[in-house]
Design a protein around this ligand. Structure first.
Ligand code: CTP
Ligand code: MG
Length: 846
């Protein structure tokens, strides 16, 4: 035998006495990384290939590496003598642990050859008798290898066998990664032939008669098993599916009912129950030949398939991630029956271990087995057995469209033991599962894949900070589908008396290759995210919230915006009414929206900060400067040389007065909604879409419609600017000067498109240019004085800009995942990411 056929994933034991040529052969047959040699590990742990006292350490490390490789699904070869049963037992159990096939390649060369080689070697400092002993062990082992569990044994016994030996790797039966679909996965049919034909028809398959079914071009049906039992026409279903599989227009995995029927047909002892009686009765009317074909068809079915490059897996009862693409008895058992907890429920049925709830795999898993009222995604898994035979429906999942198609049962063919009626108000499977969040999903160092900016890394300590913030202070996590990014200011301006000025923001975008921008008035308030559902039912259905609320307003750190829940409810009600009146629900085909907004006055959220920090400075100045100026004036009048100090003091008094008037205009007492204004500026997302593909003008215009119907909402002033048009730029500059002259906060400059890419990739989504007087609040009353301004101009923006981009990418990713109805943990991964990045230390004045 010179061609050795190996499964692409297996654990290979090389077996042979010293000098039989194991190491030499392994180089001939396998890639270097695939071979783990005990001698190489002895060398690594003890500097000596022959160090017998290092055997234990060498094997410990060899097994450690082997486990890592097998966990990754990589073929692995163990190069050691393996002539003793104990050594091989360990190999077989390692293969079992990872559900891969153990195979043996034996080098059984004549003892004379080995002794001759041994004499010629200088690297094996042991006596020739050792070879004799090893050969003895090997010979006694040869016949036992199959029994020990090796699924395949190849013996090479002459040098003529070894020389030309080569390995051919064969794909595992379950590996259909090269089949990319599109597919139509079909749930448990259970002999419901008419419904199956209805469903195939609805999916666009042409069913001229039972034997010829023509799929829409390029499509393939994939049956999740349980074709048989309980229903009216098991033979008809079998004939149709067998025909499709034979014609290559369908794949089929076996269900537990199919296997039991096969066993019955093969004359094995089975309990005839759970609908098997109907199948046998119906099949009794068929020719013997057909019954034989059925048995061999079922016998030939593969228990699970990995399809489309590993992106989707199908098995009757599901397939947990570590079993996907593996082959072992327990993998097959899992595919057919799932795993049970060993307990039974109130109906006497076994309690199934809910593998789907714990599923964290990347591949989608499509399965059946347990009838459910509706097929629903849970952690990328979906049960499409909607109980047709029990009077439910027969369902299909179209892939890659992920569209569910079903047809109702024409009648109730069997009574279920367990009721499968949908409960009207019950949360979806995913929502029910998301009730309990898992710490592991948000802690530790994380690497989050985003569409806009590739991988974003969150460090462990930052993740811990986010957990602290969000778990202690945030709103109900089900609402928390987005956090806004931070925003960088423009580069500092060299202009006399200004720290920030529009020219630098325009330059920034020009350099990035952006030609058209929008300038948006920056309302001086506090950032808020509004999640608004059309009514409480829509909130329950889409967000899974159970408390009857229909919306929420939270801050950029995820905390409730309003301390007063009644006030929050009022804001939500008004937002909903404005959305009703504006017709936006219909236009967006949605019954929920996520808005980014500024809520005024600033003092509503920042009251405490203003009192303790800004007002304290203001009143200290008011209390001391007049007296100080008075005293200095008197002293100067008496001829003392204090004119300079007097001037300086007067100037400081003026600056502090300007400082007080800067913050004072943002302070207003709030007693009711009438004192509050909401200025929304991004219509971030609604059912089916994250609106980052719309430009900012679309956002402003859509949201201005809320202001038209309710004065609580104010439209955000904005200008579109073509950066190549000097006149337009000048107008925008003047606009900014006017806005900020009286202490206005300033403006935000954004690329016209929500997401802009320039020469260096993703461009800052926004850059703020704050007004000269407003900046007094941030940098202190005297910041404009010569010396201070020069010092402040040396500020680094790189950290802030990098953070802004990462947070922007994460925020959009969170919304995109929410819109795709991914599990909450996948959304929170991004939301927690934004919160985590906020804990990076950065100058808070930027
Ligand atoms: N050798 C040979 N012809 C072969 C294979 C090996 O002459 N077809 C010689 C090698 O040149 C080497 C010796 O036999 O000098 C041992 O070969 P090796 O592949 O190292 O044998 P192993 O089975 O790996 O021996 P050990 O268990 O001692 O590592
Ligand atoms: Mg060797």
């Amino acid at each position: 035998m010179t061609t050795i056929h190996l499964p692409e994933l297996c654990l290979v034991a090389l077996i042979g006495a010293s000098g039989s040529g194991k190491t030499t052969l392994s180089r001939q047959l396998f890639a270097p990384g695939e071979v783990l040699s005990s001698d190489a590990f002895r060398l690594m742990v003890a500097n000596d290939e022959n160090a017998q006292d290092a055997t234990r350490d060498a094997f410990d490390s060899l097994y450690f590496v082997a486990r890592k490789r097998l966990a990754r699904g990589l073929l692995t070869v163990i190069d050691a003598t393996n002539v003793q049963a104990d050594a091989r037992k360990r190999i077989v159990s390692l293969a079992k642990e990872f559900d891969v096939l153990p195979v043996a390649i034996v080098l059984d060369l004549p003892e004379d050859t080995l002794l001759e080689r041994h004499r010629a070697r200088t690297d094996r400092p042991f006596g020739a008798h050792v070879i004799g002993q090893q050969v003895g062990h090997l010979r006694r082992s040869l016949r036992k290898l199959q029994g020990e569990g090796f699924r395949q044994v190849s013996v090479l016994s002459t040098e003529a066998d070894v020389g030309p030996a080569r390995v051919v790797r064969e794909r595992l039966y379950n590996n259909l990664r090269h089949e990319t679909g599109p597919f139509d996965f079909i749930g448990d049919v259970h002999g419901c032939l008419e419904e199956l034909r209805d469903l195939l028809g609805k999916l666009g398959y042409e069913t001229a008669d039972n034997l010829s079914v023509t799929p829409p071009k390029g499509r393939k049906a994939v049956f999740v098993g349980d074709l048989v039992d309980r229903g009216p026409d098991t033979p008809g279903v079998l004939r149709l599916v067998m025909g499709m599989v034979a014609a290559g227009t369908a794949l089929c995995v076996p269900g537990n009912h199919d296997i039991k029927l096969m066993r019955a047909l093969q004359g094995r002892k089975v309990t005839v129950s759970h609908g098997l009686e109907q199948s046998l009765e119906q099949l009794a009317a068929e020719p013997l030949e057909f019954r034989r074909e059925v048995a061999s068809f079922i016998e030939g079915l593969i228990s699970h398939y990995v399809l489309d490059g590993g992106r989707v897996v199908v098995a009757h009862a599901g397939m947990k991630a570590v079993y996907q693409g593996r082959a072992s008895g327990r993998v097959r058992e899992f595919a057919l029956y799932g795993e049970t907890t060993g307990e039974t429920d109130e109906f006497g049925l076994p309690v199934r271990w809910d593998w789907a709830a714990e599923y964290r795999g990347e591949a989608r898993v499509v399965y059946g087995h347990t009838p459910v009222p509706v097929a629903e995604w849970l952690n990328r898994t979906i049960d499409i057995d909607t109980g047709c035979v029990f009077g439910g429906s027969l369902s299909a999942l179209r892939y890659p469209e992920l569209e569910l198609v079903s047809v109702p049962a024409r009648q109730v063919y069997a009574q279920p033991v367990r009721l499968l009626l949908p409960e009207g108000d019950a949360p979806s499977a995913q929502q029910a599962h998301d009730e309990l969040l898992n710490l592991e999903d948000v802690t530790g160092k994380r690497s989050i894949e985003t569409r806009l900016r590739g991988r974003v890394t969150v460090h462990e300590d930052e993740a811990a900070a986010a957990l602290e913030t969000l778990s202690r202070f945030a709103v109900d996590p089900r609402w928390l589908v987005y956090l806004p990014p931070t925003m960088s200011p423009s580069e500092t301006s060299g202009r006399e008396g200004f720290l920030e000025y529009p020219a630098e923001a325009f330059d920034h975008y020009r350099r990035a290759g952006v030609e058209r921008v929008v300038c948006q008035e920056k309302h001086m308030g506090s950032r808020a995210v509004l999640v608004v559902a059309r009514d409480a039912a829509a909130a329950r259905a889409r967000f899974g919230v159970q408390d009857g609320r229909s919306g929420v307003v939270y801050t950029r750190s995820g905390r409730a915006f309003f301390e007063d829940a009644a006030l929050e409810a009022e804001v939500i009600d008004r937002a909903r009414a404005a959305l009703d009146a504006s017709g936006l629900w219909e236009e967006l085909h949605s019954d929920w929206v996520v808005l980014d907004a500024e809520i005024l006055p600033w003092s509503l959220k920042a009251g405490e900060l203003i009192r303790r920090q800004y007002a304290a400075v203001g009143s200290a100045a008011a209390a001391t400067f007049p007296a100080e100026v008075q005293a200095l004036e008197a002293a100067v009048a008496r001829g003392l040389p204090l004119a300079d100090l007097l001037n300086r003091t007067r100037e400081r008094e003026t600056l502090t007065t300007a400082y007080v008037s800067a913050y004072r205009q943002y302070v207003r007492r709030v007693t009711s909604l009438a004192d509050i204004q909401v200025a929304p500026f991004h219509l971030l997302a609604s059912e089916g879409g994250v609106h980052v593909d719309r430009d900012h003008v679309w956002h402003f215009q859509a949201l201005a419609r809320l202001a038209e119907v309710d004065p609580v909402f104010i439209a955000t002033g904005h200008r579109e600017v073509d950066l190549n048009d000097p006149e337009g730029v000048a107008v925008a500059e003047q606009w900014w000067l006017d806005l900020t002259a009286g202490g206005g906060e300033g403006m935000v400059v954004k690329p016209l498109g929500f997401v802009a890419r320039g020469k260096k990739g993703l461009v800052q989504p926004a850059v703020k240019v704050r007004g000269r007087e407003y900046l007094r609040i941030i940098y202190g009353p005297e910041y404009t004085q010569a010396g201070n301004l020069e010092r402040l101009r040396a500020r680094g923006l790189n950290g802030k800009r990098s953070r802004a981009l990462r947070e922007f990418a994460l925020g959009v990713e969170a919304l995109e995942r929410f819109v795709r109805r991914e599990p909450l943990r996948r959304i929170h991964e991004c939301v927690f990411g934004v919160s985590a990045l906020e804990s990076e230390p950065l100058d808070p004045r930027l």
